[in-house]
Design a protein around this ligand. Structure first.
Ligand SMILES: [Mg+2]
Length: 390
């Protein structure tokens, strides 16, 4: 079997604005990847974009990277990954290039599963059939106060979730806050108001785990100063508290605030970069994004690195249903998987793209699809509905 084409399918839909500590999103987007072959089989993947222009991601997937794969054997996934990585080294290594490689890699694993008539989780050596999750939400939005935040978390609990993550850190009153540089500074709160948000959510979760996410907007001094109060209010995990470039700062937070577990970093990429962070004791729980950090091939290695150093892995996932399915398969193959992220913001690209939605049990453990490949069937009418750049 030979690869005949690698195509990018750009999807976008408008949504009500939501904000984290820094960014505001008015639309959801995804760049699906389709690897076609000289047989009737094809593979589907997703490159996460982090808001990068879809034209850029589509160009990387189809022209810079994908065109080099025509004629290659799609089952030689390691060879293809290394070919794409090394041929783009000077301009790549990270960011959108590694995101594009991630999307191609996921599509190759989907295709390999279809060739072998096995789910991707089985190809990887599955160790579970369902994956525990936490509700990921608690964003800032216009007109959203404590009553609305409480209602949102109550809905998560009614669905069966026990654990939840909320955004914090959208503060203009904190000296040095990088929010001053952002085009949209709406829905900012004071640090004190963030504490009240945490308190309200923890009261509802009870013994359930509360995760807070600053999206790397704080610095280590801020975390060291505010961390004890976060822990007193019941926060257990703090996600990506500072930019990962401050390795010593991350290690210091981990050392001096043992009551908080540092989870990260969704924006980090590549096994070697995660290894550097792990060796520096800068992470307690490892959180790569399969569509960004290097695909299933690389994130599997990151998962094993975490396992060999006694750390849990909790996959980041904020994309479409395709990326969620890929994350489920990988999570199911990693013995050190802790609950993974299950985004609860309204997202048609997660809710509508599949003819048969992904399933969960009453406690929000997601069932790993048992059909071959990623085990999903795309609703092509929805791809047409949300498709752009065609
Ligand atoms: Mg995050």
């Amino acid at each position: 079997m030979k690869i005949t084409a690698v195509k990018g399918i750009a999807l976008r839909c408008e949504c009500a604005p939501i904000s984290d500590a820094l960014s505001t999103s008015n639309a959801r987007q995804a760049l699906l990847v389709k690897v076609e072959t000289d047989s009737e089989l094809y593979g589907i993947g997703e490159a996460f974009t982090y808001g990068a222009p879809l034209t850029v991601m589509k160009y990387l997937v189809e022209t810079q990277l994908g065109s080099q794969l025509v004629g290659k054997d799609p089952t030689r996934i390691e060879e293809i990954w290394n070919t794409l990585y090394w041929r783009s080294l000077a301009s790549g290594r990270r960011s959108t290039t590694l995101g594009a490689i991630s999307g191609i890699d996921i599509a190759l694993w989907d295709l390999l599963g279809k060739i072998a008539h096995l789910p991707v989780a089985s190809l990887l050596g599955a160790c579970r059939d369902r994956v525990p999750s936490y509700a990921s939400g608690g964003f800032y939005a216009p007109g959203k106060g404590l009553p609305e935040l409480r209602r949102e978390v109550e809905e998560y609990l009614e669905k069966g979730y026990r654990h939840a993550k909320i955004k914090i850190g959208r503060n203009l009153d904190r000296p040095g806050s990088p929010l001053v540089y952002m085009a949209n500074q709406n829905s900012a709160v004071t640090v004190e108001e963030d504490f009240r948000r945490i308190e309200a959510v923890k009261e509802l979760l009870g013994k359930g785990r509360l995760i807070v996410d600053t999206n790397a907007s704080w610095d280590s001094q801020t975390v060291l100063k505010l961390g004890p109060e976060l822990a007193r209010l019941g926060v257990e995990w703090i996600e990506e508290p500072i930019p990962f470039e401050d390795l010593e700062g991350m290690a210091r937070i981990s050392r001096e605030l043992p009551q908080l577990q540092i989870i990260g970093c969704e924006t980090q990429q590549g096994a070697q970069n995660f290894e550097t962070m792990i060796r520096a004791d800068a992470l307690d729980i490892v959180q790569p994004d399969v569509g960004w950090a290097g695909g299933i091939t690389e994130c599997r290695k990151i998962g094993h690195l975490a396992q060999s150093t006694g750390r849990k892995i909790s996959l980041h996932c904020f994309g479409s249903a395709v990326l969620f399915a890929a994350s489920l398969h990988l999570a199911a193959s990693l013995p050190n998987t802790e609950m993974m992220e299950s985004e609860e913001n309204p997202n048609p690209l997660k809710e509508e793209l599949l003819t048969h939605p992904l399933e969960h049990d009453g406690e929000m453990n997601w069932l790993v699809p048992q059909e071959e490949g990623l085990g999903i069937h795309l609703d092509w009418t929805k791809l047409e509905k949300y498709g752009i750049l065609t």
